[in-house]
Ligand binder design. Structure first.
Ligand code: GTP
Length: 341
């Protein structure tokens, strides 16, 4: 079955990290997220995928010039302008000449969803489109999808107050589509799958949804990116390409970590330098980051080649952009973002 992976968004919630690197090329425990996503698809027998690119497309094309990612043969399709999710699906499907049932995956979602089961559900319900749903405790940040007992989608409720949500099942960003859906997407301009296409299909009664409680995370915010990293470190989400996790931490062999540093539940990527008496806890250091003597970094992401000055204390949740230098003895906490374009 042909698959379209949406990877063309700007990833604004993960800025400044996404100024230089598209979200799906950010490494999760050393492995670019797109490799994790395609590894899961490959497990379900997907051999070919179309990557719907828009923002910083060359970062993907240059990283995988052979067009093979995690064993999946990939075709690159680059939009001339941002088309939003549905516009991107239509553009990619037209380019790839898709004429049969196909899969669509948000490229920033990590999931252990049984995709084969979703496809079976889609066919057995005679659906025009089927959405995978995931239960969450607090659905107020998500698109909530109430269904009839037969699985037909009744409505789309965007970000309801917690106590008014009709269900705790949210759109999990994995879909099966019939090609007839493509004719219902405007051929130009921005069209959103959540705001435009799904509500229209739900009104027509041809949209179905299948709940599944397998592991799932949308990595689109700093907190979620950190959580996804911790989930890989602690074995809740398995990535075959990741090796060398020890005591809940992952330190790339090229990194230099002073023996007096305390590193717990953290990622220290390639060429990082961690000084004496540093404390890292639920921290992610991207390649080349430096944390100087005595600094403490908790629940924060330190961008490529950034420097955290000695005796600084960074608490939840700081995101330090590439090459940023944080002065010694800085005290930063809250939702801090440092670094521009
Ligand atoms: P935020 O700006 O932080 O909301 O992130 P985002 O731009 O990635 O948007 P969002 O998380 O809502 O997007 C869901 C998925 O669709 C992601 O995998 C995006 O890369 C992808 N996506 C969003 N907009 C577009 C687009 O215009 N074109 C393509 N090809 N993909 C898109």
């Amino acid at each position: 079955m042909k698959s379209i992976i949406l990877v063309g968004g700007e990833g604004t919630r993960l800025r400044p990290l996404t100024y230089q690197t598209p979200k799906q090329m950010l490494p999760l425990v050393g492995v670019p997220m797109i490799e994790c996503v395609l590894e899961t698809l490959a497990k379900h027998g997907v051999t070919d995928a179309v990557l719907a690119l828009g923002y910083l497309p060359d970062r993907f094309i240059e990283a995988y010039p052979s067009g093979v990612i995690s064993g999946v043969n990939v075709t690159y399709v680059t939009e001339p302008e941002p088309l939003d999710t549905s516009g991107a699906i239509r553009f990619a499907a037209t380019f790839a000449d898709i004429k049969e049932t196909f899969l669509v995956i948000n490229g920033d979602v990590l999931t252990a969803l049984n995709i084969s089961k979703l496809i079976e559900f889609h066919h057995s319900h005679g659906a025009e489109a089927t959405i995978a749903l995931h239960p969450v405790e607090d659905p107020s940040r998500f698109g909530v999808v109430p269904t009839a007992p037969d699985g037909r989608v009744i409505a789309f409720v965007e970000k309801p107050p917690r106590d008014e949500a009709p269900t705790n099942l949210i759109n999990a960003g994995t879909y099966v589509f019939e090609p007839s859906v493509l004719d219902k997407i405007a051929s130009s301009g921005r069209v959103s799958v959540e705001r435009d296409t799904f509500p229209a299909l739900a009104a027509a009664g041809s949209l179905y949804a299948m709940p599944d409680d397998a592991y799932w995370i949308d990595t689109g915010t700093p907190q979620a990116f950190l959580q996804a990293s911790v989930d890989v470190l602690e074995g809740r989400y398995a990535v075959r390409a990741v090796s060398g996790i020890a005591d809940g931490a992952w330190i790339h062999p090229s990194a230099t970590v002073d023996p007096s540093a305390v590193v717990t539940t953290s990622v220290v990527d390639r060429n990082c330098v961690v000084g004496a008496n540093v404390v890292l806890d639920h921290a992610v250091l991207l390649p080349g980051a430096v944390v100087q003597v005595g600094a403490k970094v908790r629940s924060s992401i330190i961008g490529p080649s950034a420097v955290i000055g000695s005796y600084s204390v960074l608490g939840a949740t700081c995101v330090v952009g590439a090459n940023v230098i944080v002065a010694p003895e800085s005290q930063l906490s809250g939702d801090v973002r440092l670094g521009g374009v």
